[in-house]
Unconditional design. Structure first.
Length: 115
């Protein structure tokens, strides 16, 4: 699933064992997260380990669905259906910096520049 004609900055590989509801849920969640965090700048490749069992051994995949973020380096991995968004963002290193998303709300503290 390609989202942009030029080379995307983020590349994900999703390893599944057949198209199960859990695998479909993980793909939907990953697509939603990518659209929120890196809109239009990602590529998702789906690899069915039932059709390519040698890949599971080579990549040391013992559970599916497994999501690998290959680009940007370093490689990051997340296993499961990605239902825990915070854990997924942490595992795939997709949190935005505080500068790009400043704190909100009446109790939010914004750092003041030093004199």
């Amino acid at each position: 699933m390609r989202k942009r004609p030029s080379s995307p900055r983020y590349k994900f590989s999703v390893y599944i064992a057949k198209h199960t509801p859990r695998a479909e849920w993980a793909l939907e969640r990953l697509s939603k997260i990518c659209e929120e965090k890196v809109p239009g700048d990602y590529e998702i490749e789906v690899i069915d380990l039932a059709k390519h069992p040698d890949i599971a051994k080579d990549r040391q995949i013992v559970a599916t669905p497994a999501v690998f973020r290959a680009l940007p380096a370093p490689l990051r991995k997340c296993i499961g259906d990605l239902s825990d968004t915070d854990r997924t963002l942490l595992g795939l290193d997709l949190f935005r910096s505080l500068k790009s998303h400043p704190p909100r709300g009446k109790n939010a503290r914004v750092p003041q520049p030093a004199d």
